[in-house]
Design a protein around this ligand. Structure first.
Ligand SMILES: [Zn+2]
Length: 252
């Protein structure tokens, strides 16, 4: 069982640190090296691996400096993205081993063309695809790809812990409440999110089970969500509902 810690970076990024019991660790999406190096120094950890979900600079900006300090580090990332520092390029469907746990590489295209996620040990590292109460913007892929990626995540076991790369929860909840003003679970969750953020605590990880109750982007088959976008699309299939929601969120 791996232990996960959050290292805040920039305004609202989290670099997730995966800790073994013997002072070895890995980090996910280190956009900045400085906070990672400070954490490793403070806790006397050695960096064995870096996992990358996609090529955006706030996810890979710290990699070259970390490689300079830890020349033997294994840099795992998506084969289909322009990331020059990889030592271990992976494709969806492959498995990687990390501290005796096996992680499956999921293809999660949509936010970027080759975005991947890692799922294992009951944990999901999904970069900028799924956020708590929201989802990533569709930059390089299609709405259909993003919808398919989110559907894959929704099919994971309910108890899977979701380690998203950004603390966007409070603003996502505000949008989710505009979509589903009568969702009682969402009102409860807003109170919990407000309490955590007031104490400067992360709202993450979330779980797949919770997101299915509160995240409108995973609820495109719910009548309440369909009603809210009825003025934006005449279609009722889940992809049309998802597309209308994502476009609404872009301007929210
Ligand atoms: Zn991104």
């Amino acid at each position: 069982m791996l232990n996960i810690k959050s290292i805040p970076a920039f305004n609202d990024n989290y670099i997730w640190l995966i800790e073994n019991s013997d002072q070895r660790c890995a980090v996910v999406d280190p956009g900045d090296a400085a906070p990672v190096l400070a954490y490793l120094e403070r806790h006397q950890l050695s960096l064995e691996a870096i996992l990358i979900t996609h090529h955006h600079n706030d996810h890979i900006g710290g990699v070259s400096e970390l490689v300079r300090q830890f020349p033997n580090v294994d840099v795992v990332g998506p084969a289909n993205e322009p990331i020059p520092t990889l030592t271990h390029a992976v494709d969806p469907g492959e498995q990687i081993e990390l501290f005796d746990e096996v992680f499956l590489v999921l293809g999660l295209e949509g936010h970027t063309a080759g975005h991947i996620g890692y799922v294992g040990d009951g944990k999901l590292f999904c970069g900028d695809v799924l956020f708590s109460a929201g989802c990533g913007r569709v930059f390089e892929g299609t709405m259909e790809q993003m919808y398919t990626s989110l559907s894959k995540l929704a099919a994971l076991p309910q108890e899977t812990e979701v380690f998203c790369a950004h603390e966007y929860t409070a603003s996502n909840v505000a949008f989710a409440l505009a979509v589903e003003p009568d969702n009682a679970q969402l009102h409860k969750y807003r109170d919990e999110v407000n309490r955590l953020r007031a104490q400067n605590q992360p709202t993450l990880p979330t779980t797949i089970g919770r997101e299915k109750w509160i995240n409108p982007f995973l609820r495109t088959d719910q009548p309440s969500v369909m009603r809210s976008v009825a003025n934006r699309t005449s279609q009722t299939d889940p992809l049309a509902i998802f597309t209308a929601l994502r476009e609404w969120k872009n301007e929210f």
